[in-house]
Design a protein around this ligand. Structure first.
Ligand SMILES: Cc1cc2nc3c(=O)[nH]c(=O)nc-3n(C[C@H](O)[C@H](O)[C@H](O)COP(=O)(O)OP(=O)(O)OC[C@H]3O[C@@H](n4cnc5c(N)ncnc54)[C@H](O)[C@@H]3O)c2cc1C
Length: 535
């Protein structure tokens, strides 16, 4: 038997909050309190919690269409680890706290909490995000919302498939995408007919309906007045299973612990939410929050990948040096850390805009949410890939968690509005939101720095010019907008080594193409060190 040597110790237990300097600084700066986040970080980094993430992914959900007697039940069975993880997430109120107990910094605290959750298990983040995002939309019809909000605001996960009146907790999903079109929601074909008692009956299908064991879904369907938003519960008021048939579960690249289904509605009971015929605007309010969650989720994935990479490189020796001390590896880690920090500071800043009620914040979140979703989610697959390589062959092995992170990484970019759709949305927001250009200019001009000034002036010029109306240039503009905002935050708040490296590589173009291409003359060591130690 050979002697095991030169292997890092497992990265557990560790506190995901206190060991993450960047998250700690950003969350507290933007208004969250460190106390409850420290407690959360401890729970998420406990070996038992980490094991739940692995178990939930190794035992994906199974569709159970019928019971043993042949009755249709359309249930999905999840592994107990899935429910345990949801119990933890709900106990911290990650699905509803900012609504149930509103206070300054609540959305930032929740963002920091979900940033940690996604590092341990991303699949459960899906129903948590949808439930969080559903509340403002539900509130557009207070009477319909009342029993649901009561259950949602309970900090508990109740997995029982029973009517809402019996539930100690509730989760809400979302059904917009149909087979013939997901981005272009006007092509939705699901029909909604009034039932004569104020409710509607829905007939049609949804091509993607994730977490189908949620207790109800916000669904888009065509009424006589046009696309409208409905709440479709799993149980009818008569306490019968609603007429929703789960045709199959998707066989997905990643996000294995979570189920995503194809469903048919066969005259399913539903209640109107918001104004009839204005369903896209109604349900898009929910999408604003879930898009924020995509940016948080991808930032968290990048952090977990970086944490694993730095931890490995601190312990593994090759060619007589710890990997972290090999100059080229220092560059790779520094570059990954830079990407991760830029994503984290922007995400937490954006979450603050959801806490604030003034006009500038409303404008900021309208423009920056799709922009951040686009760029941060686009970066995550590259970061997880490079972090995997830091671990060498072991990074390619499931036990390392890196394959799971890598498979998970693309989904945030695709769902809730894919990359192009996000970029076009940013252009639309700048065009249609009064003061958008002014708010962005103010955000960038508040930072006095020559490097940012030149970059921001070029960006402002292009935003004011024909480029803004040229859809083919939307990705370039949105990328540069995000880079400028990230640079402004790093110059203002991060150590000079971080800001210098970001400006050189991301604004001045010295580097790029692959991680580990930061130019000479930067304090790379300081950047790599900032990401750890972890335990
Ligand atoms: C794991 C997973 C879970 C999901 N869960 C849900 C769910 O719970 N509920 C739900 O409703 N949906 C869900 N979706 C669906 C997802 O939101 C859609 O797939 C997504 O919005 C894109 O829609 P589509 O697949 O129809 O692609 P399409 O709309 O056909 O778009 C294809 C591509 O074309 C691009 N494109 C579209 N219009 C333009 C344009 N004008 N200019 C340039 N490019 C354009 C898009 O950016 C995209 O890259 C899920 C998807 C995945 C992968």
């Amino acid at each position: 038997m050979f002697e095991v040597s030169n292997q890092p110790p497992p990265l557990e237990p560790y506190n995901l909050f206190t060991s993450d300097i960047v998250l700690r600084e950003a969350a507290v700066r933007e208004g969250a309190s460190a106390k409850s986040l420290t407690a959360m970080g401890q729970v998420f980094g406990a070996p038992e919690t980490i094991a739940l993430g692995f178990a939930a992914n190794q035992n994906p959900p199974q569709l159970k269409s019928f019971d043993r007697f042949g009755h249709r039940i359309d249930e999905v069975e999840f592994h107990p680890a899935w429910h345990d993880l949801l119990r933890i997430a709900c106990s911290f109120g990650l699905h509803s706290h900012p609504w149930a107990e509103p206070k300054p910094g609540a959305h930032v605290a929740r963002a920091a909490g979900t940033y940690m959750l996604t590092q341990i298990e991303s699949g459960v983040y899906c129903p948590i995000a949808m439930t969080y995002g559903s509340v403002p939309t539900l509130r557009q019809s207070p009477e319909v919302a009342e029993p649901w909000l009561r259950a949602i605001f309970n900090a508990a996960h109740d997995p029982r498939s029973v009517p809402v009146g019996e539930k100690n907790g509730a989760l809400i999903g979302m059904g917009m995408t149909e087979n013939q079109g997901g981005s272009d929601l006007r092509t939705n074909t699901t029909r909604a007919e009034p039932a004569g008692d104020g409710s509607f009956r829905l007939t049609g299908h949804k091509w993607f309906l994730s977490a189908p064991m949620c207790d109800a879904f916000l669904v888009l369907a065509q009424s006589v007045k046009g696309p409208s938003c409905f709440l479709l519960p799993r149980w009818t008021p008569e306490e019968k299973r609603n007429a929703v048939q789960i045709n199959r579960l998707k066989d997905k690249l990643g996000n294995k612990s979570n189920a995503s289904s194809e469903v048919e509605f066969n005259g399913a009971y539903a209640q109107l939410i918001g104004e009839e015929g204005r369903g896209i605007a109604t349900i898009i309010e929910m999408a604003g929050y879930t898009r924020l969650d995509c940016a948080i989720g991808s930032s968290g994935l990048m952090r977990q990948a970086l944490a694993q990479a730095v931890h490995h490189a601190r312990h593994r020796t090759a060619f007589q040096k710890k990997l972290i001390d090999q100059p080229l590896m220092t560059n790779v880690l520094a570059d990954l850390a830079l990407e991760c920090e830029a994503a984290t500071v922007l995400t937490m800043r954006l979450a603050r805009a959801y806490d604030e009620r003034h006009e500038i914040s409303t404008v900021f979140r309208r423009v920056v949410t799709p922009a951040a979703k686009f760029w941060i989610c686009k970066r995550a697959p590259f970061v997880t890939l490079e972090a995997m390589e830091v671990l060498g062959g072991s990074g390619y092995i499931e036990e390392s968690i890196l394959p799971r992170l890598y498979r998970e990484a693309p989904v945030n970019s695709i769902w809730e509005g894919s990359g192009n759709v996000m970029c076009l949305d940013v252009l639309r927001a700048i065009e249609r939101t009064p003061k958008a250009a002014e708010v962005l200019r103010h955000e960038l001009e508040a930072v006095r720095d020559a490097r940012l000034k030149a970059f921001a002036e070029r960006l402002q010029g292009r935003l004011a010019a024909a480029d803004r109306h040229d859809e083919s240039q939307a990705r370039v503009l949105v990328r540069d907008l995000v880079l400028a905002l990230q640079a402004a935050l790093l110059i203002k708040h991060a150590p000079p080594a971080v800001a210098d490296a970001f400006c050189a590589s991301r604004l001045a173009g010295e580097g790029g193409g692959a991680f580990g291409t930061l130019p000479r003359g930067l304090d790379l060591r300081a950047l790599a060190e900032r990401a750890g130690p972890l335990n």
